[in-house]
Design a protein around this ligand. Structure first.
Ligand code: ADP
Ligand code: MG
Length: 397
């Protein structure tokens, strides 16, 4: 049985290859019902099923929070995330969702929908009463509560342990970073072959972070730019451990693990959105799919710092109280994360020396993102950097 084309989205391809997806009202519900009935989509659409989808009740409504894509809830039970500008570049999410089939703390994945080789939608379970961390975590900051932090750390550890467990999709989920170019892996024979597309040498991470620092300096103008330039040597010093990183383990990571991707819903916390970091591509040096776990952890801790800045600006929270909240929350996240790995005998997955440099790189990326896409966001990374490096150059060493 084939779906009628009018019950399916339409896709336009421009002469330059750009794809634009149009989803009429009512189509999401029809698509989900079609998937539940196992009907064949109109070519060249295709479906990759992760598990059987229960038929949803009628009705649909769009999710209205700040989002990159366009998510619609069908029958209060299924979420379809439509990608308005589908890309033919390989997308990480479908493989990750298939790999994570034993990980329960995400929205149960049902299917991925493609147009030719471009991913157009991901279909997952709806999590009732979900709010993302840009809401619930800001409430915690305002109230000065840090109980959530241990749960977040444990959740991140659980995610990485699942990432590091073999599956048919990734039978070999933990890889070792190749030695830096020119470095001999064993101190004897010739240097091994250079990094493959999925593996990344420390040299490439250092290059990637340096590029982010350069771009952040170039793109941040006005007083903020002057202040940032005054801190350039300190920032660069913080990145130095990247160049010296040893042969650390690499796993598939979430890639964009900020609090906005952590939903607090009726039954606890869940991590969603495995689409990767929109500001990093495979073409970025050191942008391979397998990464040190420290990258996700660093993004999580910095996002809690950003939550603190949001609480100061939007809720009028006192900066000193927020600073104490951030420090306590960060420590609790990292402690719980390390405990989670240790209890599973996998402490090796985290190289702690990489966390700080990745945090600094992340703040640079936030500044780049603000400059290119969202100028009003600049206050958040600037606030964090001020709290790290002192607001006035005259008072620092
Ligand atoms: P985007 O790529 O657009 O950021 P996300 O997958 O992060 O998409 O989802 C955007 C928002 O939609 C989330 O922040 C959350 O508020 C809501 N959301 C996403 N998935 C679910 C779900 N399974 N159940 C309930 N709400 C969800
Ligand atoms: Mg998201």
């Amino acid at each position: 049985m084939q779906v009628e084309a009018r019950h399916w989205p339409t896709l336009r391809e421009e002469p330059d290859g750009t794809l634009t997806l149009t989803v009429e009202e009512g189509v999401t519900g029809a698509v989900v019902r079609a998937l539940a009935e196992g009907v064949t989509p109109p070519l060249p659409f295709s479906v990759r099923a992760f598990r059987a989808l229960p038929a949803p009740p009628a009705g649909e409504r769009a999710i209205t929070v700040d989002q990159t894509n366009h998510s619609v809830i069908a029958g209060e039970s299924v979420v379809v995330k439509w990608f308005p500008r589908p890309s033919r570049a390989p997308q990480p999410a479908p493989d990750l969702l298939a790999h994570l089939s034993g990980f329960s703390r995400t929205a149960t994945p049902y299917a991925a929908i493609y147009w030719e080789d471009a991913l157009v939608a991901l279909v997952t379970a709806y999590l009732p009463e979900a709010r993302d961390g840009w809401e619930w975590c800001v409430d915690e900051a305002e109230a000065g509560r840090t109980g959530f932090a241990a749960e977040l750390g444990a959740l991140a550890a659980e995610l990485h342990l699942a990432m590091a467990s073999p599956s048919p999709v990734f039978p070999d989920p933990v890889r070792l970073a190749p030695p830096a170019p020119g470095e001999r892996p064993d101190g004897h024979g010739p240097a091994s072959a250079g990094p493959t597309s999925d593996e990344t040498a420390a040299g490439a991470w250092a290059e990637r972070a340096e590029e982010a620092l350069r771009d952040a300096l170039a793109l941040t103008d006005g007083d903020d730019g002057v202040w940032l330039a005054s801190r350039e040597p300190e920032l660069r010093r913080e990145l130095a451990p990247l160049a010296a990183a040893g042969r650390t383990p690499l796993i598939r990571i979430h890639g964009d693990l900020h609090v906005g991707q952590i939903l607090r819903w009726r039954d606890g916390y869940a991590v969603v959105d495995f689409d990767g970091n929109p500001t990093v591509s495979a073409a970025t040096p050191g942008g391979g799919a397998f990464q040190p776990a420290a990258r996700d952890l660093a993004q999580l801790t910095t996002s809690v710092e950003h939550v603190g800045q949001v609480a100061i600006l939007r809720r009028g929270s006192a900066p000193e109280r927020v600073a104490a909240w951030v420090a306590e929350a960060r420590d609790a996240i990292v402690d719980a994360y390390r405990t989670g790995l240790a209890e599973a005998g996998r402490s090796d997955l985290l190289d702690p020396s990489l966390v700080r440099p990745f945090e600094v790189e992340q703040e640079c990326r936030e500044l780049i993102y603000a400059a290119r896409h969202l100028p009003r966001w600049r206050y958040a990374p600037m606030g964090v950097l001020h709290s790290w490096y002192g607001a006035d150059p005259a008072f620092t060493k």
